[in-house]
Design a protein around this ligand. Sequence first.
Ligand SMILES: Cc1cc2nc3c(=O)[nH]c(=O)nc-3n(C[C@H](O)[C@H](O)[C@H](O)COP(=O)(O)OP(=O)(O)OC[C@H]3O[C@@H](n4cnc5c(N)ncnc54)[C@H](O)[C@@H]3O)c2cc1C
Length: 410
Amino acid sequence: MAAQPLHVLIAGAGIGGLCCALALQRRGFRVTVLEQAPELGEVGAGFQVSANGSRCLADIGLGDELPQLATQAAGKQVRLWNTGQTWKLFDLGAESVQKYGFPYYLIYRADLHALMARHVRERQPDAIRLGAKAVGFTQDVEGVEVELEGGERVRGDVLVGADGVHSRIRRAMFGPSDAQFTGCVAWRGLVPRDKLPAHLHANLGTNWIGPGAHVIHYPLREGRLVNFVGIVERSDWQVESWTERGSVDECLNDFRHWHDDVQRLIQGIEQPFKWALLSRQPMDSWTDGRATLLGDACHSTLPFLAQGAVMALEDGVVLARCLAAHRGDPAAGLLRYQALRLERTSRIVRGSAANAARFHNPLLADAAEASRYVDREWNEDSVRQRYEWLFSYDATTVDVGGALDAQATN
Ligand SMILES: Cc1cc2nc3c(=O)[nH]c(=O)nc-3n(C[C@H](O)[C@H](O)[C@H](O)COP(=O)(O)OP(=O)(O)OC[C@H]3O[C@@H](n4cnc5c(N)ncnc54)[C@H](O)[C@@H]3O)c2cc1C
């Protein structure tokens, strides 16, 4: 009789949890994804998926459908907060595919999330359980048991805590985390393109830099929307949440001396949201026997390299490959996964924090000084050093050890 496939419990149906579910399903595992929310969904916001992430999306079987769903910007540029002076950062589009084999996508989060959920359910209709909030777990030599709010217990062979920045699974493993407020607040919002002048319709990602703040914007949904993120140093707001509403006036006030293009973008936002940015030190380990963590649950990062969700995608693929390569010994597979992911994700957490100082440098207050500063910090060599190692990483081939059956097979 054929052995039963391992049953993996995943707490959290965010981008990371669903990627992990698909990567496991494609390698023959059974999954149960426990999601606290009563309905599936994602916030109305965009995110950038560099080639190292779109490679993972291809691995989980979404490669054919993504081009219809995602935007591929032609490139990225840096602009100065007050004069609007512009520098090229790098080319994207065909260049990303040529250099790294995969596109750099700009994706509306809810679109990707819905696509992932559909694929998970097509493979296993009962895979996602809604209204299932994990509050703790226990394990023994044969498996794990997750406790849900309300008292129900769900048993499986392995547990993956993909339950985000406020992870209950992390807390059950390691106790409360030591998050520190960074002194930065992130504004986010969507702007319909028809509210913007034509020169802001360009198919480019733009990174405005200035003393004490920066702004990122890029097109979504074939350019019909523009995703706005504005980060400002401010100490009076400390709630870390995707759903806290702010007002256009408050956001405008935070960027009151900035270039007219930034003001136009903010004026076009239908509903701005604000998120206090907290930082956490990289963890030394996040695996305990048959339980492990993934994504923001174990390495939440400031969004200054645009790699948080991409790291969760990489985690999902590497974790599935490790479990597939160590089917007879899941705890060994999880340790291998952790060993492969610790250094890279810690480097990203530190690199993102370093970008805060770079983007918000006081030298940017003076236009002449700013020009020298940008030439120094954003010249081709510096940019290559900061991004090449990120984009060229291949989660589908890192050495997972064990047996040779770690590739997706269906
Ligand atoms: C302003 C901003 C901009 C960003 N831009 C980018 C970008 O351009 N590119 C990029 O790669 N990253 C970006 N990020 C980071 C990215 O959003 C996160 O890293 C990513 O969402 C992490 O995914 P996750 O699946 O680990 O966690 P989450 O997306 O937080 O998902 C966690 C899931 O678990 C569920 N859950 C929580 N607790 C429980 C529980 N106890 N039981 C069951 N379910 C639970 C939640 O409801 C949710 O569905 C940005 C972040 C911010 C704040």
